[in-house]
Write a protein that binds this ligand. Structure first.
Ligand code: NAD
Length: 278
């Protein structure tokens, strides 16, 4: 049976580190969350962020905009926060389809962009410079590191190439000297790719996509997927994979709890970046 990579334990460890890091600031850090409309999933995610921020003493300023808000007015709101006292700005995604999401993300001050989606931050990540990295990708690396899973020299297959998860995970693990393959919807014979991996990170949003025959015995399997189904929240990895894997992150309780903690780490990092450029 696989060792369970328990994200809740790692999240608690990160939160202790965060409490210490927050002590170095003489006033509470502040996160602005800009929400357009009333997407129920977005409201749930925001509640989780508010809960942990409040436990850590980070102030959250939630600004809600009408569903019909325009791209221009959202950009104006971002620009106001670029100049305000907030340490971090988060535009809750997805935005309604009439809004030009890319232009909104480009308007963010890169040193306040705690989701790490501004092109400057994505470029810094490619360059291997210290930068704000999407929190879920940070969470995957934190999980591997906490459990001392070797990364350097390992064959890693990342299933999924989104800007939010797959690509930044691949880039972070490449920086840690792994050999990376990125698989995606157009990948032919996915099993023949995943079978070669020492570490498989799955972020596809396809419940049960990865089954035991697709992995090497003893491989580490990180399941990022979270899909709401009639049976509850499901990951991308069939639970039976745990009988063949060497280590595996569960869903729920794996990468999920780490995402919010890593967002808080990004807020601290953003505040430090801003003080550097004061
Ligand atoms: P996305 O839809 O933007 O990207 C999915 C990626 O998976 C795409 O690159 C696609 O090509 C690939 N893919 C889809 N089906 C595939 C298949 N059959 N074979 C190979 N590749 C396939 O999704 P995302 O935002 O990257 O999120 C992925 C999953 O991770 C979702 O379930 C999402 O809910 C979850 N997620 C979890 C957290 C967390 O905190 N745990 C955070 C973000 C996303």
């Amino acid at each position: 049976m696989a060792i369970i990579l328990d994200g809740r334990v790692v999240a608690q460890h990160l939160q202790l580190q965060l409490q210490q890091a927050l002590n170095q600031f003489d006033k509470p850090l502040q996160l602005a969350i800009l929400l357009v409309g009333q997407n129920p999933a977005s409201l749930t995610y925001i509640k989780r962020k508010q809960k942990l921020a409040s436990a850590l003493g980070i102030q959250v300023l939630l600004e809600q905009y009408d569903e019909n808000t325009t791209t221009q007015s959202l950009i104006a709101a971002v620009q106001t926060h670029n100049l305000s006292q907030t340490s971090g700005i988060l535009v809750q995604l997805p935005l309604p389809s009439h809004i030009d999401t890319q232009s909104v993300l480009e308007a963010l001050d890169p040193n306040k962009d705690v989701d790490g989606l501004n092109p400057i931050n994505l470029g810094r990540l490619m360059n291997g410079q210290p930068t704000l990295v999407p929190a879920t990708a940070r969470g995957v690396v934190a999980l591997l590191k906490y459990y001392d899973i070797p990364i350097a020299g390992q064959q890693v297959v990342v299933v999924g190439r989104s800007r939010l998860v797959g690509q930044p995970v691949a880039q972070l693990l490449l920086q840690q000297n792994a050999t990376i393959t990125i698989a995606h919807r157009q990948t032919k014979a996915l099993a023949s790719v995943t079978q070669l991996a020492d570490i498989v990170v799955v972020a596809a949003g396809q419940p049960g996509l990865i089954v035991p025959t697709m992995i090497k015995a003893g491989a580490t399997v990180i399941d990022v997927g979270l899909t709401k189904t009639d049976q509850g929240i499901m990951g991308d990895v069939d639970p039976s994979v745990s009988r063949k894997a060497g280590a595996m992150s569960p869903v729920p309780g794996g990468v999920g709890p780490l995402t919010v903690s890593c967002l808080m780490q990004n807020i601290v990092q953003a505040a430090l970046l801003q003080s550097k450029y004061d």
